[in-house]
Design a protein around this ligand. Structure first.
Ligand SMILES: Nc1ncnc2c1ncn2[C@@H]1O[C@H](COP(=O)(O)OP(=O)(O)O)[C@@H](O)[C@H]1O
Ligand SMILES: Cc1ncc(COP(=O)(O)OP(=O)(O)O)c(N)n1
Length: 279
């Protein structure tokens, strides 16, 4: 039977991030996607113009509808917007005993719009992080959650350890916002103190809308298929590298990544992107 996954996230009318990015990624990687919409954003490649959060009871009703009928092998959370929606999300995960929980702690869109109320950060730490197999902040999100500045590899490791203190099994601090002009480096740390670096050449492109959602969705798919966390992160890094490499050039701003590129690269001899892993 096809593996079933769930995304709990906001809608991006521009289709590059949020629920739309997740579903495209799930489809490309061969799992069946269910979805719980937490908010509707009016958004395109130039930015977010309006946000309409769902009523918490609407989020709850969607979670129950999915939970009562589907066998969810892995799930990801994205834009959750406020503390009440975080509370409903955490309750749903616990009610249905869902495992393989990937928490992408979406806070700010590339254009600067706030996708999580500041007051909700505490709820994220208290209710959601303890349920996470892996939490995937970008560097600014990792700074907010840890309350620390990340300016080098030492402070990145300290911030990752602080994030783990809120109860997630592991963390990946994504490197898209890093300062290395040559490499995009994602740092993994787990509760056993094991750390890994996943490194790919940094691609010079403005078509980066939705990189974080896409990466976390690909990771979620790997877990649903029974991959180890290591394999799932590795595949997700290959997926996003391909999606950034073959630009679509859609829209006038930060365009979406190309969700179809990974499958195309699989068909080419030697086409799958190499990811360097440093232990
Ligand atoms: N220019 C780039 N070249 C290669 N990989 C990138 C680039 N930008 C982001 N990535 C990768 O995309 C994934 C998402 O990272 P990031 O952009 O930091 O997340 P977010 O969209 O949440 O800000 C990570 O695996 C990161 O290393
Ligand atoms: C509805 C919605 N959810 C999440 C995001 C942020 O997505 P992300 O992958 O972090 O990409 P950027 O916004 O940084 O390009 C979003 N914009 N909208």
């Amino acid at each position: 039977m096809i593996r079933q996954v769930l995304t709990i996230a906001g809608s991006d009318s521009g289709g590059g991030a949020g629920i739309q990015a997740d579903i495209k990624t799930f489809q490309e990687l061969g799992v069946y996607s269910t979805s719980v919409v937490t908010a509707v954003t009016a958004q395109n490649t130039l930015g977010v113009s309006e946000i309409y959060p769902m009523a918490p009871k609407a989020v709850k009703a969607q979670l129950i509808a999915v939970g009562e009928d589907f066998d969810i092998a892995a799930l990801k959370t994205g834009m959750l917007f406020d503390a009440e929606i975080i509370g409903e999300t955490a309750s749903g995960i616990q009610q249905f005993g869902w495992k393989n929980v990937v928490v992408d702690p979406v806070m700010i869109a590339k254009g600067g719009a706030s996708l999580l109320q500041q007051a909700a950060v505490e709820a994220l730490k208290e209710y959601l992080l303890p349920l996470a197999l892996v939490v995937t902040p970008n560097i600014p999100e990792a700074e907010v959650i840890s309350g620390m500045d990340i300016k080098d590899t030492v402070s990145r490791r300290q911030a990752a350890a602080k994030i783990l203190s809120f109860g997630a099994d592991s963390v990946v601090i994504k490197g898209g916002h890093g300062t290395d002009p040559h490499m995009a480096e994602d740092f993994y740390l787990n509760q056993n103190g094991e750390e890994l670096l996943f490194r790919s050449p940094r691609i010079s492109t403005a078509q980066t809308h939705g990189t974080g959602c896409t990466f976390a969705a690909a990771l979620t798919t790997g877990l649903a298929k029974g991959q180890s966390l290591y394999e799932a992160i590795y595949t997700a890094k290959q997926f996003i590298q391909a999606a950034l490499s073959e630009e679509l050039h859609i829209g006038a701003g930060h365009g979406p990544t190309n969700h179809a590129a990974y499958q195309k690269s699989m068909c080419r001899k030697g086409g799958v992107h190499h990811v360097e892993v440093v232990r």
